[in-house]
Design a protein around this ligand. Structure first.
Ligand SMILES: [Zn+2]
Length: 125
């Protein structure tokens, strides 16, 4: 029962293997949280990150640019209707992204808890 990591890639922009899948550079260094999420480790740059990193923008129909714009408008205090009108996105979509961002905030919290106190500095450089 090995871990299939072929759909994951390193999230460190400085890493030579950044965004490359199936390079064999990733390993699972620990599991954490209520959902037994995996913390992945990149052997190339020695960065660690959650397997859920970046999830709000994954498997969605909007382009990343538009998704980020939606989240940005919500974060700036625009209402759902206003964001929908300004960006030409359906209200349902705006609401869905808002919910996803909320879940991601919880994930970020879980990651911070997982990192501390043994390694509060994050990846070693
Ligand atoms: Zn890396």
């Amino acid at each position: 029962m090995g871990d299939d990591l072929s759909r994951f890639c390193c999230h460190n922009p400085q890493c030579p293997d950044h965004g490359q899948r199936g390079q064999g550079n990733l390993t699972v260094c620990m599991r954490y949280g209520r959902h037994n999420r995996r913390l992945l480790y990149c052997r190339t740059c020695k960065a660690r990150f959650s397997e859920r990193k970046g999830t709000p923008l994954f498997d969605t129909r909007l382009s990343n640019d538009k998704a980020i714009a939606v989240l940005h408008h919500l974060a700036e205090g625009c209402g759902v209707r206003q964001t929908s009108r300004l960006l030409g996105v359906s209200k349902d979509t705006v609401v869905r992204y808002g919910l996803r961002a909320g879940q991601h905030a919880q994930q970020l919290h879980d990651e911070l808890v997982a990192f501390s106190p043994s390694d509060p500095r994050g990846p070693v450089r």
